[in-house]
Ligand binder design. Structure first.
Ligand code: PEP
Ligand code: MG
Length: 608
């Protein structure tokens, strides 16, 4: 056991903590509170290649590399078998990640890069090291100019982590070095280490490890996602926690607050025990919700669907209890692509998603390219070397780009219509401002459908509904007129807020101004929902606010009956839906829409 001194150089975030040498603050990563003895892992599990130039022939190095790839694939198969024994929600987080690793080990850009360096005379280790570093740097370079807390930034950071992780696995296999074994950790321990790799996190048995604390890492990395999925209370970024700490010291880890208390007093221990019990009760309640219907206390049915950005998220959607996919963003097909995805490639992906959803509908949105995301293929198509647009958000974005390059739209429509033979599909057009755009897109849509029919290609029995995103003030204020040409409306409140408040959704400086509770945004949403009712067109909301349970009563009160959100938000929103009466929501909406100050509106929602 240790006696900690007050001069251990620990970083503290508040004055109170600065005077308490037994408390360390980090990032709250996995919710819950745990009490137990520390188990310290000090090894750094990431060997780096020492020799760069090979004494062997490139063919011999290529063979070593292939062997390491095969060994890595074998380990992933074993890992997959292991996670099948974990709780359902852990499987749905870790499964897709293992799939990403597996794909990177197949024919991929990573493989091509490694082979190129091997041909240049490098050892396989050096080739892997250099290739993964370069790919990671490219990913991280894309973060420049992005607001750090956005979903896009988090996805890029995760992708960079994945590349590093697969590189480490390959190098360990090339050097034949083993992983740090976590199986020897005594049951009930709190694992404390400098870092934790996702593959190591996947090996943690949540029934043995009470909590995890690391010095490095943040809340959006893959290790963090896994620890959350495994339901392990965790704190990452707990700087210098290892200084002077010894295995066996009692810790209290608060994964909600992001704190670690070392050697708690009897009073602190009693409080921690009460928190452990309260959290266990709350988890039980949310788990139960997934299987319950999404019906209000007053009886109205509310449709809760999922937004999806990658097919790998399918298990998450299935486990969330979502009644279909309300928004499948198809940008992933074009992101970082060297060539445009052809019709068959697109069909395979759409068909697999539609089939997996069974009788629940899948809403596929055609490409919403904003000009600011990197795609070699689209850049080439738009003419390499041309000056980038000065205001990409106001330029050739979404449907505008597709109508400028109709072959893109035709290919995507054709793939989607073929996938419609596998189950119910809806098609969504992004970034609409005028009816002529919808009319032009519909003409192409119907022409493609006729062509498929003529050729005898199997499609759905009826033409899937063609809807539009309402995400510009122009579209919101003329939603009634646009609805004449569209089968359904989907409120994209992320962009609607950006374009209404003239505040970039990805800029940290104006984040406070980009507020979906600005009365102007709410009025435009109300206008759209009313237009949908008048024109008898279904209206859904698929921007981020749809997944915020605090917004749910207001949005229902405004007349919305369909929401699409990030899968993990579905149970929390459902809980609110089931607890509300429709009349109360209507009254709240009436009061909110009469208000002119976003701050006051926020207080009204907090109190609802
Ligand atoms: C939106 O703008 O609200 C939306 C759902 O689309 P995206 O976030 O993909 O722009
Ligand atoms: Mg949008």
């Amino acid at each position: 056991m240790i006696e900690r001194t007050r001069t251990n150089g620990r970083q503290h975030s508040t004055t109170e903590e600065a005077t308490d040498p037994h408390l360390t603050k980090g990032q709250p990563v996995g919710p819950g509170v745990a009490i137990g003895p520390a188990y310290i892992v000090r090894d750094d599990p990431s060997p780096e290649p020492e020799i760069r130039r090979s004494e062997h022939t490139p063919a011999q190095e290529a063979e070593r590399f292939t062997e390491a790839v095969n060994r890595s694939i074998g380990q992933l198969v074993t890992l997959r078998r292991r996670i099948e024994r974990l709780p359902e929600e852990s499987q749905v987080e870790i499964g897709p990640l293992l799939e990403v690793y597996r794909r990177m080990l197949g024919p991929s850009r990573l493989q091509r890069e490694v082979m190129r360096h091997i041909e240049d005379g490098l050892t396989a280790e050096a080739a892997v090291h250099i290739s993964t570093d370069a790919l990671r740097e490219q990913m991280l370079a894309m973060l420049d100019g992005q607001e750090s807390g956005t979903d896009e930034a988090a996805a890029l950071r995760r992708r960079a982590d994945e590349i590093r992780e697969i590189g480490r696995r390959l190098i360990r296999n090339l050097l034949r070095r083993a992983y740090v074994s976590l199986s020897k950790v005594p049951a009930g321990s709190i694992l404390v280490s400098r870092t934790l790799q996702p593959a190591d996190a996947a090996l943690i048995d949540p029934s043995r490890i009470a909590a995890v604390v690391t010095e490095d890492g943040g809340t959006t990395g893959h290790s963090a996602i896994m620890l959350r999925a495994l339901g392990i209370p965790s704190v990452m970024g707990a700087e210098d926690i290892l200084d002077g700490l010894e295995t066996g010291a009692t810790l209290v880890v608060d994964g909600n607050e992001g704190t670690v208390r070392i050697m708690p007093t009897p009073t602190e221990l009693r409080r921690a025990r009460r928190q452990v019990t309260a959290y266990a009760r709350k988890r039980q309640e949310l788990g139960r919700l997934r299987r319950l219907t999404s019906r209000m206390a007053s009886g109205e049915k509310i449709s809760l669907q999922a937004n999806m950005e990658l097919p790998a998220e399918l298990p998450l959607v299935a486990q969330s209890g979502a009644a279909g996919i309300g928004l499948l963003r198809t940008e992933f097909l074009f992101l970082n692509a060297e060539t445009l995805p052809d019709e068959d490639t697109q069909f395979d992906i759409y068909a697999s998603v539609v089939s997996a959803m069974g009788a629940d509908p899948t809403t596929i949105r055609v490409l919403d390219w904003g000009g600011e995301k990197p795609s070699e293929a689209l850049a080439r198509m738009n003419g390499n070397g041309e000056e980038p647009e000065e205001n990409p958000a106001l330029g050739l974005r979404g449907l505008r780009l597709l109508l400028e390059h109709p072959h893109l739209l035709e290919t995507q429509f054709s793939a989607i219509l073929r996938a419609a033979a596998k189950g119910p599909v809806r098609v969504l057009l992004p970034m609409v401002t005028v009816a002529s755009e919808v009319i032009a897109a519909r003409e192409i849509y119907e022409r493609v459908a006729r062509r498929l029919k003529r050729k005898g290609v199997e499609t759905g029995d009826t033409l899937p509904p063609l809807g539009i995103m309402i995400e510009t003030p122009a579209a919101a204020l003329t939603a009634g007129a646009l609805a004449q040409h569209a089968d359904f409306l989907a409120l994209g409140t992320n962009d609607l807020t950006m374009y209404t408040t003239a505040a970039d959704r990805s800029s940290a400086e104006v984040a406070a101004l980009c507020d979906p509770l600005h009365p102007a945004v709410l009025r435009m949403m109300a206008e759209t929902i009313t237009a949908g009712l008048v024109e008898r067109r279904p209206v859904s909301i698929c921007g981020e606010m749809a997944g915020d349970p605090k917004m749910t009563p207001l949005l229902i009160g405004m007349g919305c009956r369909a929401f699409s959100m990030t899968p993990s938000a579905v149970p929390r929103v459902k809980q609110v839906v089931r607890g509300m009466r429709h009349e109360d929501c209507r009254q709240l909406a009436r009061r909110v829409l009469a208000e002119t100050d976003a701050g006051v509106i926020r207080e009204m929602l907090e109190g609802a």
